[in-house]
Structures are given as C-alpha cells and as structure tokens.
Ligand binder design. Structure first.
Ligand SMILES: C[S@@+](CC[C@H](N)C(=O)[O-])C[C@H]1O[C@@H](n2cnc3c(N)ncnc32)[C@H](O)[C@@H]1O
Length: 252
C-alpha cells in the first residue's frame, strides 16, 4: 500500500485540473518536448494519473508508465488504456526486472522528493539509459519563497519553515512518508557520476504552491499578472526558491 493510494481517485480534480497546476504542467510539457523527439522511448517515474504520459503519447513518444501506488496506476491505465506499458516501481526499492534501454526518463511534480537516495536512483538509471539519453525531474525546492513569506505573514511558522525540518506527508491517519527537499546542488551531485546537468529552471517562483492556489485563482487579473511574470522569471539561480525546480541531465 502506498501513501498516495488514497489520493489517486481525486488527484486530477484536486490538482491536475486546477488552472495554476494546468498552466505549470503545460510549461513542463514544452520543456519535455525539447528533450524527447517523436519516436523516443522514455521511462516515467511516479506517473500519478498519467497526465504527462498522455501528452507525450499524443506527441508520438512511447512511455513506460510507473508508480509505487497501485491506485495511481489504476487511474493511469484508465486514462491511457492500451497506449502505454505500465509497471509498479518504487524508487526506494528499485527493481531488476525493468531493463530498458530507454532514451530517457522523467518524473514530474515532486516524485524525487519521496526518496533521499538520489545516488542509487542515478546509478540504476545509468544502467538503463545509454550515453546521450536525457533525464528531467521536477523537484519540490528547499526554500520556497512564497511559502515562507505567505505563511510567515500569517504567523504560521510551522508551515512557513516546514521544508527545513523533518517533513512528512500524511494523507490519512494510517500512512505517513518522509518527504525530502533536496537543493539543485544535491541532485546535481548525486547524478554527476553518470549524468551532466544541462538545464535548471524555477517553476512556481511567482505562482504560489498548491495550498495557496485558491487565493490567487479567484482573482483573475492578479492571476494573469502572475502568469506573465512567471514566464519571464526563469532565471536559474531562483530555482531553489521556487515551489518546484526543473532539472535536466544528459547521460555521459
Ligand atoms: C505529487 S504526485 C505527482 C504525480 C505525477 N507525476 C504528476 O505530475 O501529476 C507524486 C507521485 O509520486 C508517486 N510516488 C510516491 N512515492 C514514490 C516512490 N517511492 N516510488 C515511486 N513513485 C512514488 C506517488 O504515488 C504519486 O503518483
């Protein structure tokens, strides 16, 4: 049983379909299409409900869709039907039976935050991705400025500083998993023996994290202004201060 099982059925309504999340995801789709060409065969980690795989498949990219949550995989199978291959894959217990080779790998929206052994993951991926292959990850950043300022101003210091302390994800009373917030440097170092970093970008530097979407989404003029600024502020040094950062590598 995965901590994310209980979120699976409502995940699209609660996150995927939210206007800000949709806009951010579209941005990651643009970036994915600069990495993976039609005809490529890629591995997705922590696929959730298969939203990104659906997009890549529409663009003639073949995807093996994996997740540790069986319920997420059920949702992904419903969305993608026979168009993808599916496998259970826990990034904390990497399996031998997924062999590749893959032209690349990606994991969107916080999957890499569910482990702290990025070195083992990089090594496992390096065995399955030949030289020249690409990797892209969207990681929750360690110093989200929005979160610190917003919750700080509301005198909720627990939430404002939650990424700096031992953080857990507790979707219900029975399940609890540790969440890690690695910096760009930590991920770069863990991948360095096998992968060369090629790009890093902030994602959600002007736009807020998901628990604050509602505040912004009901103010359409403000939302339009923030979207415009988000597009402009793609300066790499801001990556650690955004809600997420996008990091790309090439297998060397
Ligand atoms: C925030 S969701 C993101 C889902 C999807 N990538 C997206 O963009 O909407 C995090 C995903 O990571 C998966 N996950 C959590 N821990 C995992 C692990 N140890 N191994 C593989 N997937 C995991 C969850 O089941 C969930 O689908």
């Amino acid at each position: 049983m995965s901590a994310f099982d209980s979120l699976a059925a409502a995940y699209d309504a609660d996150f995927t379909e939210r206007p800000i999340a949709r806009w951010l995801r579209e941005r990651t789709h643009d970036w994915l299409l600069t990495l993976f060409m039609p005809g490529a065969y890629v591995l997705e980690l922590g696929s959730g409900t298969g939203e990104d795989a659906a997009f890549l498949i529409e663009n003639s990219i073949e995807v093996t869709v994996t997740d540790a949550s069986q319920d997420m995989l059920v949702q992904a199978r419903q969305k993608l039907e026979e168009k993808a291959a599916f496998a259970s894959l826990d990034i904390n217990a990497l399996p031998d039976d997924i062999a590749g080779p893959f032209g690349g790998v990606f994991a969107n929206f916080g999957v890499l935050n569910c482990t702290d052994d990025w070195k083992a993951l990089a090594e496992w991926l390096a065995e399955r991705i030949p030289v020249g292959g690409k990797a892209a990850f969207c990681v929750m950043a360690p110093y989200c400025a929005w979160e610190v300022i917003w919750h700080g101003l509301h005198l909720d210091l627990q939430t404002a500083t939650r990424r700096w302390r031992e953080a857990h994800f507790e979707p219900d009373e029975q399940t609890r998993i540790r969440i890690h917030y690695p910096s760009v440097r930590q991920i770069t170092r863990a991948f360095a023996p096998y992968f060369r970093r090629t790009r890093v970008l902030p994602l959600g530097i002007v736009l807020p994290p998901s628990d604050i979407y509602g505040v912004i989404e009901k103010r359409s003029r403000l939302l339009r202004t923030l979207l415009a600024w988000e597009k402009r502020l793609h300066w790499p040094p801001l990556a650690n201060f955004a809600d997420h950062y996008w990091i790309e590598f090439e297998r060397v």
